[in-house]
Write a protein of this length. Structure first.
Length: 138
């Protein structure tokens, strides 16, 4: 049984050059979308993130789950994870990947976790986004 106690997490990287030099990208297999809801469904079973905003709740869900719930699917996205553990106080990583994707005309929606940054990009531009991001290694 997994303990509910949390260990102190290791510190993330703060050196931008090191973060970019070691950057790799993983793509989740499913396709995701955003929905706005009045109450939050529990995480899991196709619900990947819930963000509380003044206007309501934003849910990031698989397209399959969204359609099964009857939620509007206006944007289909690939979920890309940057496989570098950047420190929460690191400077420049978001600017670097945002600028590179903007230069390639690839929209990007970002979710930051403690261990990794996660990017949701249009499904039809996912392969191009991965190439752009991995080119940041130099």
């Amino acid at each position: 049984m997994r303990s509910r106690r949390y260990r102190r997490a290791m510190a993330g990287l703060t050196d931008l050059d090191e973060m970019l030099r070691t950057l790799t990208v993983t793509r989740r297999a499913k396709t995701y979308t955003f929905a706005t809801l009045r109450s939050a469904p529990p995480l899991g079973d196709g619900i990947a993130a819930v963000i509380e905003e003044t206007e309501g709740l934003t849910v990031v869900a698989t397209v399959t789950r969204a359609r099964s719930e009857g939620w509007s699917v206006d944007f289909e996205a690939a979920w890309l994870t940057l496989n570098i553990h950047s420190a929460l106080e690191a400077v420049g990583l978001t600017a670097a990947f945002s600028a590179a994707l903007a230069e390639a005309a690839i929209p990007c929606n970002t979710l930051a976790g403690f261990h990794h940054d996660h990017l949701l990009v249009p499904i039809d531009q996912a392969d191009d986004a991965i190439r752009v991001l991995e080119a940041l290694r130099g």
